[in-house]
Each structure stands twice: as C-alpha cells, then as structure tokens.
Design a protein around this ligand. Structure first.
Ligand code: SF4
Ligand code: SF4
Length: 669
C-alpha cells in the first residue's frame, strides 16, 4: 500500500495534482487568515453561548433555509443547490484522496450514494436554471445582475456538467463501475458507440476539469462577492440570540461606531455573509418609500469599509483610516431607518442591520450631527420627559374625561401599574383609545393605577435615535418613580413602551413583568372573565405594530380578541412578521424627509384593497400615523382607524364617542 501511494505521489499526474492542491489551498488560507484578522479588529462579543439553541437555529435556517421560503420557488431552488453542494462534498473529499494518494474510497461505488448524487447533480442544474430565469425575467429591483453573479452560476453548472460527462465516459471505458440513472441516460444517448480507450481518456480529462473547477471555486469564493458561501453558515450559527428588542450597550468613552474597531466582530462579519439577495431592501419601508436608505447597501458598504480601511489598519497605517460615516455611508441613509426590524427578519444569512445602524446613529449624535427638528424634540425629552414639549401636569389631563378616578400607583398598592406612554397620554388622536382602555380595565375588574405626572417617556425611540445619555436619564427617572409604588405587573397599550421595559430595563437592574393589554384581555376572554354585550358587526383588517409583532412575537392575541368580538377579520397580504411599518419607529415620527410615498400611505392603500370598514391597530402612534395616511391618500370617510381597545369598549358598552370639540381637535392633529 505504502509503495503504491508513493508511486502515485511521484507520478507526473500525482505531482501535478499536489501542486494544484497546495497552490489553491495556499491562496485560500492566506485570504482566509486575512479576513479573520480583519474581524479580530472588531470589538469582542460572546457568541458561543446557548449551543443547543444555536444548533436548532442552524438546522432550521441553514440546513432547511427557512427564511428562503419567503419566496417559495427560490427556497426550493436554493435547497436543491445547497443540498447538492453537501452531497457532492462527500464525493469531492473522496476525489481529493484519490488525486493526492491514489486511493479510491469505496463510497464512490456504493449504489445508493451514487444514485442520490446523480439525482442531486440534476437538481442542482434545475436549481441554477430557476435562479437564472428569475435573474433574467423576474429580477426584483434591489438585486443586481453582475458578472460575478453570472460567473458563480456558470462555475456550479460547469462542475455538474463535468461530473456527468466524466462519469458517463468513465463507465463506457470501464473506469467507473457504478453510475446513476441520469448519467446512464447520458451515456446511452450520446456515448453509445464510444470506444473503451476514448471513454477512459474523456473520463480523465473531465475528472481534471472537475477538480480544477473545484479548486478554482475555492479561491474564487474568498475573493468574490460569493464569500457568503463560506461565511453564511458561521454567521448563522453565531447569530445574535439576545432579545430582538435589546440593543447592544454603548461605550461611554466613545459612543457609537464609525470605524472598524468600534463595531463588534459579528457586526463586521455581516458584510462577509451578505449574499446581495436584496430581500432586506425588498421589504424595507425606507427603501420602498424612495428614501436614501437601502439596508442591503448599508451591509455592502460595511464590507467595503472593512476590506479597504481594515487593510490599512492591519498595516498599522491608522492615521489614514477613514470613517464609515460620510466616506461610505451618508448620514441621511442612517436617519432613514424606522428600526422596524423587517430587514433582519427577512435576511436569509442572519445579518442584523438594526444594531449597526443605531451604533452609527450614536456616533452622529455624539458629534452633534442632528437635524434641527429632531434636536428640538430631544430637548423636549430632556426638559419635559416627553416629545410633545408639554408640562408633566398635562400628562394626565385625559383622565378628567373619566367618571372615575384612576388610582395613583405611587400612593396605593395595585396589581397592575398602567404605564400609559407619551402618545396615549398627550396625543389627541389617541385619546379615545386611552379612555377606552381605562374604562375597559375598570369594567374587567383590573386592579390598576398610573404614575400620574411622575411617568416619563419610556425611552424606546430615544435609544433608537442613538441618544444614549438621554435614554439613560429617562430610564432612571421612570425606575425611580416606579420604585415609589407597589405593584406586581405592568400593563401598557404602547408597544414601544412594552419593548423597552421588557427588553432594555433589565440592564438597569429593573426587571418587570410587563404585558401588552392585548395579552391580558385575550387571557381574560379565554378564561371567560370578560363578556361582551354585543357583537361588533364590522369588517376590519389588523395592522401588526413592529414593536409588538416582529420584535416581541405578539401576533395572535390581538387577532383572537378581534375574533371574539365577532368582527369579520380580513388579512392584508403583508401581515404578522411581514407587516409594513407605519413610518413612526426609530424616532422617524419626529423627522422630516422628502419621500416618494410615506410608508403609512402605502399601508392604507393595501388595506383599501380589502374594502374593510376599519383599519385596526394596537399602538397609539399607529393611530396618529394612519389617520394622517387616510387623509393623505384621499380616503377620508372611507375607512376608520381604530385601536382594538376601542372595539372592546364598544362591545362592552363602555365606548363613548369623542365629542364635537374633540373631533375637531382630532381632525386638526
Ligand atoms: S429596520 Fe426597517 S427601515 Fe430600517 S433598514 Fe431595516 S427594514 Fe429598513
Ligand atoms: S443583508 Fe441579508 S437580506 Fe440583505 S442583501 Fe445581504 S443577505 Fe440579502
């Protein structure tokens, strides 16, 4: 055995294969080490915890490509190619052993494996065909047809064709003993009269072509846009498993990120893993509204920044290193984001755009690069604790319209602290929903109270703007106020408040049991503790608020309440995790921007197609955004914006129509 191995290695073919192998792997490793060194410039972050959860995520999202099935036929096409890649991995490994030491591994002649391999070779070709047809005839806007993309498709096709021809010819020459049905068909149709010697020669030529193709592909991957083929499995395994609504901490000495060494290494790896599939942009409300922002471009520019500026840093040429903001990504792109999380949710390689965008916003805030209007609102937060610039005393003005007094949770012990939130407290368009909530909570027998003027904005959007200092101040004030009261749980009608208290307050040693009101009401209904006096005879559609649905997974409770009310619930095409942002999140409600079409307008148009009476929401900001969108799209009087709580109040006989004066005020909002 040893002598035959040595004879193979020292033969001309053996030497040629070894040379090819060493050169290709040498090029690959050199680039691979360079890419890893670039990642190591990033900040440390633990990503090897919760191994069992990671394995489950990996199986779901890499092995079965779950997110790819958002576009079903592309999901199937991808799996055909990806699984083919895995099945061929076994053959490729065996062929390397064969090429290096001349030993033929028996699995290559094991009929079940050969049949599966044969079937997948065909499926890979069909998968490539589907991908090519989509790129030529149905290319989505953000996807680019580059030479790189065509070369990759061609290379995979080349590997499959060389496999088929090599195996078929080898069989005719007696070199290959077992072939699959499709190879047999090829041999039968095209090589029927091939002489054995020719078969052997053709087999050898195509074997070399196949193996050279693989080694070329290896190097091509790490130097091209197809780097994702090598990095996506790692990126997905090392995915961020923290709650979606929890942003990374900010460095107090140098807030935010503008250079490679200010991002964490997993944030840098997002650039490597991006396949430029465009799915993040396709579903991005900013991109689709004609804003400057494209999440795909953000990730792409991060990659270009790493490769360009990172090389300089490795050469210790630190002084010439350019910031990513301004030189690669413009501030207006960063301010374009609604932090709706749709990009992250849709990304098949598990990239996490939102924390990177917020990190860069933090840098802008730190440098004082904020537009005038936003700066004014941030001042209001600092001075009054709310975005309306209104006094603390006005926070509870709405309670005067109730015929009962809400308990003061700072003075009396209650089961539920109702954290009302800014929009529910101050915004006139949200007042009917807030009053309905108070009446429903009372009628449902909830033991609840509020913090009155001690409540401040909970800080969710301030944090997403990137104003970390202000966020901390708001949190501390709220924690102090809540510390004065005695309560068991928190209830809120505001998904933004819900998100931040649930996911970000624990960092301040303030962990609360918090519920969105739809969770509590749904539970009461299911237990039979909440009864309705009448059925709501309306046809409605429900809009999932980003911070309730996508961020915190509350999709079914609001729908179950609506069903219990007896409404005819019709779903918009973009529902649940596909919901389309209203345009308020991430502080955008306080920013002005020239847009082709506002996200809220687009959403109302989607709802109008259903011909429903009401557009139902579960967020006070949504009410304001969609009332504006109904007017802006010329649909005034054709559809009504309601919070679910208003419908519940109506069914319980607790809803009171806003009076004429309120109507006027509401219309003026
Ligand atoms: S979070 Fe939403 S708005 Fe921001 S980039 Fe992602 S999809 Fe676009
Ligand atoms: S970031 Fe994700 S979704 Fe966006 S283009 Fe890259 S791979 Fe596709």
């Amino acid at each position: 055995m040893f002598s035959s191995i040595m004879a193979h290695i020292t033969s001309p073919a053996g030497i040629a294969f070894w040379l090819m192998f060493i050169i290709s792997w040498g090029i690959f490793l050199q680039r691979f080490i360079f890419l890893v060194r670039l990642l190591m410039l990033g900040k440390k972050e633990k990503r090897l915890d919760k191994i069992d959860e990671r394995i489950k995520y990996f199986i779901k999202n890499v092995i079965f490509g779950q997110k790819l099935f958002d576009i079903p036929y592309m999901g199937i096409a991808h799996l055909m190619v990806f699984w083919g890649f895995l099945i061929f991995g076994i053959k490729t490994g065996c062929e390397f052993v064969n090429g290096l030491v001349g030993i033929k591994i028996p699995v290559l002649e094991w009929t079940p494996y050969v049949y599966v391999l044969d079937m997948f070779a065909l499926l890979v070709i069909l998968g490539l065909f589907a991908g090519t047809v989509r790129r030529i005839f149905f290319k989505p806007e953000p996807v680019k047809n580059s030479l790189d993309a065509c070369l990759c498709l061609f290379l995979i096709f080349f590997l499959m064709i060389t496999y088929f021809i090599g195996e078929a010819a080898g069989f005719m020459g007696g070199e290959v003993t077992v072939i699959g049905p499709f190879t047999a068909l090829l041999a039968g149709v095209f090589m029927n009269n091939m002489a054995a010697a020719t078969g052997v020669t053709v087999c050898h030529i195509f074997w070399w072509a196949h193996m050279s193709g693989i080694l070329f592909f290896l190097d091509y991957i790490v130097y091209s846009k197809h780097l994702h083929l090598a990095t996506c499995p790692f990126n997905s395994f090392l995915v961020n498993l923290e709650p979606k609504g929890k942003l990374p901490p900010s460095d107090e000495k140098s807030p935010g990120a503008g250079r490679i060494d200010e991002f964490s290494w997993p944030q840098l790896m997002d650039g490597y893993a991006c396949s430029e599939c465009g799915r993040c942009a396709m579903n991005c409300p900013a991109y689709n509204s004609g804003s400057k922002l494209s999440p795909q471009e953000i990730i792409h520019e991060m990659k270009v920044h790493i490769l360009t500026e990172g090389s300089k840093m490795l050469k210790k040429n630190g002084s010439e290193v350019k910031s990513i903001i301004g030189d690669y990504i413009k501030p207006e792109e960063l301010w374009g984001c609604y932090t709706c999380y749709s990009c992250v949710e849709r990304c098949p390689v598990s990239n996490c755009h939102v924390p990177s965008i917020v990190q860069m916003r933090r840098k802008l805030i730190d440098k004082g690069e904020v537009d005038e209007k936003l700066s004014e609102v941030l001042n209001f937060f600092g001075r009054y604790g709310n975005s309306f610039g209104q006094s603390e005393r006005n926070r509870t003005k709405w309670t005067k319209k109730l015929d009962f007094k809400i308990r003061d949770a700072r003075k009396e012990e209650v089961e539920y602290l109702w954290f009302v939130g800014d929009y529910a407290s101050y915004d006139l368009s949200a007042a009917p929903a807030t009053l309905s909530a108070a009446r429903v909570f009372k009628k449902a027998g909830l033991d609840f109270g509020i913090l009155y003027e001690a409540e401040r904005n909970a800080g969710n959007d301030v944090r997403r703007i990137g104003e970390e200092g202000l966020f901390e101040m708001l949190v501390e004030k709220n924690i102090e106020a809540m510390g004065k009261g005695k309560f068991k749980k928190i209830i809120t009608t505001d998904p933004h408040t819900y998100n931040v208290i649930k996911n970000e307050y624990p960092k301040f040693n303030a962990t609360y049991e918090i519920y969105h009101y739809t969770e509590i009401l749904d539970d009461l209904i299911k237990k039979g503790h909440l009864k309705f006096n009448k059925k709501i005879e309306k046809s409605v559609t429900y809009h999932d608020p980003c911070y309730l649905g996508r961020y915190n997974g509350i999709f079914e409770e609001p729908r179950d309440i609506l069903k219990a009310l007896g409404v005819n619930l019709l779903e918009m095409p973009r529902n649940r995790s596909f919901s389309y942002c209203c345009g308020a999140g991430g502080g955008k409600i306080w920013m002005e921007e020239e847009l082709k079409e506002r996200p809220g307008y687009n959403r109302i148009k989607e709802a109008m197609e259903l011909k429903v009476d009401s557009f139902v929401v579960a967020c006070p900001k949504d009410i304001s955004m969609f009332i504006d969108a109904v007017k802006g799209t010329g649909n005034d009087g054709k559809i009504v914006i309601k919070d679910i709580i208003e419908l519940v109040a109506e069914a319980m006989g607790e809803y009171s129509q806003p009076d004429k004066k309120e109507d006027k005020e509401k219309a003026a909002v």
